[in-house]
Unconditional design. Structure first.
Length: 267
């Protein structure tokens, strides 16, 4: 079974799914914050090695970890970025296991949203940053270290006014990132996602920052035709990681707790 971390001793079960792909650990601050009111599982997704990673492999790993955590009962799912995409995929594959979903800075499911994301990142980069990133391949031989440095360089573009730049990532796995994302893109090209999300019966809440280069409204538009209950909230002064944003973090946690605690989530 994949490595996991658990928090809290009582309350509804919540599974926090990290992003990347290949960047486990950054859901730990949210897990600690929720531990007083919820039982929290933080799965640390499988790293690279052996057979190439696929979305199906990640979903099987998640299910094994969730069963070990909560038995056969349903759980709340909250994911960040790539983790939000996996939360949707898991809920679609096993609708009976999902109570409610939270998508934090969800990733893209169509070429239009992806093109807007890439254009926004490019628009926010100055020439010095472009040159620095372009030179990483020649400068750093190790692909994991190269991806880690690239993510650090891009963090200001993903953020607005963070209280910290330490996202608590345990490691960065470049091969896991590439293999997992390539399989997600394949599934989108083949029409599997987002169409499969029509099987999801649980209510879904999207939490997004207006300064996140991932275009929240376009991502919402790509999902809402398939989801029976989708709510959306966006903070103006907020980037990709709302729990570290100075102006959004308190409201982020308040909305997260309210959604997970109430019978149907707030309206």
């Amino acid at each position: 079974m994949i490595d996991t971390r658990t928090y809290g001793h009582g309350g509804p079960p919540v599974v926090l799914i990290h992003g990347g792909p290949g960047a486990p650990g950054h859901m730990a601050p949210i897990a600690r914050e929720l531990a007083g009111e919820f039982r929290v599982l933080e799965p640390l997704q499988r790293g690279s090695g052996g057979t190439p990673l696929t979305v199906a492999r990640h979903l099987d790993d998640m299910h094994e970890a969730i069963v070990a955590f909560s038995g056969e009962g349903p759980v709340h799912l909250a994911g960040s970025s790539w983790g939000a995409m996996l939360a949707l995929a898991y809920a679609a594959s096993r609708p009976d296991r999902a109570l409610k979903l939270v998508l934090i800075g969800c990733g893209t499911f169509d070429p239009l949203a992806r093109a807007r994301f890439e254009a926004t990142v490019k628009e926010r980069m100055d020439e010095r940053l472009r040159e620095r990133i372009a030179g990483l391949e020649a400068e750093i031989a190790d692909p994991d270290e190269r991806l880690r440095i690239k993510a650090e360089l891009l963090l200001p573009i993903y953020s607005h006014d963070p209280v910290t730049t330490d996202l608590e990532n345990e490691r960065v796995d470049a091969r896991a990132n590439r293999e997992s994302w390539e399989d997600m893109l394949r599934l989108q090209r083949e029409g599997v996602y987002p169409a499969a999300f029509a099987a999801i019966e649980a209510p879904v809440l999207m939490l997004h920052g207006a300064r996140d280069p991932h275009p929240g409204h376009l991502i919402r538009a790509s999902l809402e035709r398939y989801l029976c209950h989708l709510e959306y909230h966006e903070w103006e002064a907020c980037g990709h990681f709302p729990w570290v944003e100075r102006e959004a973090r308190d409201d982020f946690y308040a909305r997260l707790r309210s959604w997970l605690s109430s019978p149907h989530g707030p309206t």
